[in-house]
Structure formats: C-alpha cells, structure tokens
Design a protein around this ligand. Sequence first.
Ligand code: NAD
Length: 504
Amino acid sequence: MTMSETEALKRITHLIGHEYWTGTAERTAPVFNPATGEITGRVDLASKELVDEVVRRSSKAAKRWGATSMTRRGRVLFAFRELLNANKEQIAEIITAEHGKTVADALGEVTRGLEVVEFACGIPHLLKGGHSENVSTSVDSYSLLQPLGVVGVISPFNFPAMVPMWFVPIAVAAGNAVILKPSEKDPSAVNAIAELWRRAGLPEDVVNVVHGDKEAVDALLDNREVKAISFVGSTPIARYVYERGTANGKRIQALGGAKNHMLVLPDADLELAADAAVSGGFGSAGERCMAVSVVLATESIADELVAMIAERVRTLKTGNGVGANDMGPIVTEQSRDRIAGYIAAGAEAGASLVIDGREGPFHGDPKGFFVGPTLFDHVSTDMSIYTDEIFGPVLAVVRVSGFEEGLGLINSNAYGNGSVIFTNDGGAARRFEVEVQTGMVGINVPVPVPMAYYSFGGWKDSLFGDSHAHGTEGVHFYTRSKTVTRRWPDPSARGLQLGFPQNN
Ligand code: NAD
C-alpha cells in the first residue's frame, strides 16, 4: 500500500461529548470492506487511561441526566426515533460496507433496533413504581425505580446497529449515561447513530462511544464507577466478562454464542420447514446468533426434506451485499478461512457434503471474503460441524428417530439460545415449548428475535447473568428499586412504642 493510499483511509475514532476525539491513538486496527477485501479505514483503539477519562465525564452527565424530568427524556427519545427512521437507509449502507451483509438485511436490523427505541419511548409508564396506601395506620409505602449511573454496552460485529440498540435506548430512557464500545470490525454504524443522538437533543456525555478491543473492555470491567455492563459476543468472552465484571461488583448481562436446532417432525409442512431452514440457516451468511445451524430431521422424512432444502439452496446467490444477491461476504478473511476449515473437517469426518459453498460461484470481487451456502447431511453429534458454533453459512442435517431423540439432543447441548419445532401436532408443539431448554422458541417459524416489548436472551452457555435484553427485563436491568415507607406527623400517632413495629 502506498503512502497516498494510507492517507486516503478513513479514520474512525471515539465520539466523546458529541465531538470526535482529536488525540492520537497509540494503537489502531484495520477495517475492511469484506466484499472487496480492501482496507477502507483504521479505527482508533482506546487506552485504559482514555476509558477512565470518559467514565469520569459520563459519571457527571449521569447525575444531570438522571435528574432530568421523564417528559424531557421522552422527548429526546421521540426525536431520536424520527431521525433514525429518516436515516435508516444510509445507516444500512454503512453496515454493508463494513460487515458485508446485504443492504436489505442491514435495513432489517436497523428496523428491529428502531422497535426498541419505540418501546423505550414509553419509559414513563415502564418506570412507574407501586404504591400502597395505609400499610399501617396513616403510613403509606411505595417503590421508586432509579437509574444506576454509568453503564457500559459492549457489542459484537454481526449486528452493529441492532445489538447496541437492544440496550442503549432503554438505558438512556431510564436516566443512565452509556459508554458504548462497538466491535472494532465494523465500528462506523455506531458513530453514525451516535450523531443522531446529538441531533435529537441528548445532552453531551450521556452517550459516549469508545472504540477498542480487550484493553477498553477490561478498563470498563475494572472501573468501579461503571455500575452495569451489557455484553454480547462469543461464549468464552461472555463468560470472562461476566466473571471479571461481577468480581468487581457490577451487574452483568453477557449474551454468548449459539447452536440453534430446528426439529422437523413427520407431520410438518415440509415446504414451510425447508423455507425456514434456508432462511434461518443462510440469512446474513449464517452470521446470526439466531441462525438455524442444525436441522434435526426425523428419519422417515429426511430424504425428502434434504432434497427440498438443497433445491432451495442452489437458487441462492452469493456476492456483493450491494448487488442483487441473497448472501454477502463473510466479515473477515480469518472468519472465511475458519468456516472453510470446518467444511473440510466435516467432509473429512464422513458427513455427506451435499452442497460445498467453498466452490462458488461468487458474484463479486474475487478478493472478497466469500463462502457460499453449504449443506451437510448425515452429520453425527461427535463431528466439529455439530459441536462447534461455526457462525457461517453451514447447515448440518442430523437424522433422528423422532421427537424424544430430537428434544434430547437440544437439551443436552451446551448452548441454549433458540430452538424451533416444525409440526402440525399441537400436543407435540406444546410439549416442546414446555420442556425445551432454550431461552427462545419458534413453532413453525425460524428462530425468532422477540419483539422489543418481550425480552431477548438464551439459557445455559448462551447467557451469563439474570436479565435478558430489552422488554421489561431490560428496564429492570438498568434501574434499581427503592422502597419508601412514609408517615406525615399526625398528633394522634404520638407516643413511645418500644415493641417490634407491627402493622395495625
Ligand atoms: P467476540 O466475542 O469476538 O467480540 C464481542 C465483543 O468483545 C467485541 O466488542 C470485541 O471487541 C470484544 N472482545 C473480543 N475479544 C475480547 C477479549 N479477549 N477480551 C475482552 N473483550 C473482547 O464476538 P464477535 O465475533 O464480534 O460476534 C460473534 C459472536 O457473538 C458469536 O459467538 C455470536 O453467537 C455472538 N452473538 C450472540 C448474540 C446473542 O444474543 N446471544 C447476539 C449476537 C452475537
């Protein structure tokens, strides 16, 4: 790369107090366009000292913002909602340029984030505490929900807009100041969204963006002024964040990886099931924590179902996310190579490689990080393509004898994010819903992302902590309650009473 090309690279830096940081970063990381393989920018990586300085600023802002009336806070939320809606196409294009997913898919994620903003607009209703009159004679009791102060949000590469918006709007609406550390792989969308907060009238330092890697994450985890952290990423890092954060006295919700299974019973609508397997398996090139990565096909319909899935997979076009393609590239060259390695390992282990996505064709730059949709049949549960989260466009079909074996496999998996059943038997679907050990369940739909007013989150190794994201659990996570017992002096209540207080 020549000097002039280096100078042309976009600088992506922190957004602190609504201003882009003007300091000089000791460390930076390259940002790629995965569709061309080119480096398009460099992102500054925050030092511990910078994070600590931002925490100090955020802490002051939290005191002011937490004391701002709910009406004023709500107005900022409404204005932000309008700005986000007006700018969603532009944000989608920014996502595609750094993540690689198709523009239509990127627009979908911004829209799902927008729904959380709409939910957060109802914050006055959500922050109502309880009130009991006359719990004792002339004594009333009531509860308050108060903000925590400074909270951190650490997000993954695969949903650069939606995942931060699972958390930030609710934390802000509840009166907290947020420090957001997005993925260093596709950091620009978060800056574009943070600029909208400024335009919506949010006071400075209520939302600050610091870019970075482990050093910034550790600084947030260790700083005692940061009261809570919402993390989303791979399971090993989620576990680490949970353990280090809780050891430092923080409230942590750390959402981890997934291996989502789709059980197809013989009475299912197989056309519908095949559609769902392909949409759920290959949307966003499988880089979704809600992707279907395993189809559990009941033996009696397995041949027919695999043929239907294969027929659909062969129609998918992989290429540049801005073109008329179904799947874009993989986020980085390393991820592409890792996925290709899993495909090789699956074939080596003896699974039937029905469609090999390594072969193309790819409708884009040959230097792009492409892997096409890949379908394996006759996968056994000791193969790495079954045991590991691949996070790519690889769908594994495991043949099972029926409901019991399928449910047993899902429940013995270390992950517990989502699971799906396809059947027309209401009794089987109900048993599945009750007995399956995952946090999100689909019945005749691909793994669903719950609506903003419900909560998102898995079980077991897919989530460390007590609270799921958004919905009322999100409000609960970003507030703490206080219970007040109150009496106003009344001459008739005077007099000493040394016995243990009783309600009368
Ligand atoms: P990742 O774990 O590599 O990174 C997530 C965040 O952690 C990033 O902000 C990154 O900078 C930071 N990080 C990376 N290494 C770190 C370290 N050693 N110490 C401290 N922080 C570190 O995840 P990713 O590759 O960006 O995202 C994909 C993963 O996220 C997949 O496993 C996917 O299943 C998971 N995910 C889960 C959900 C969910 O809701 N459960 C949603 C989206 C993504």
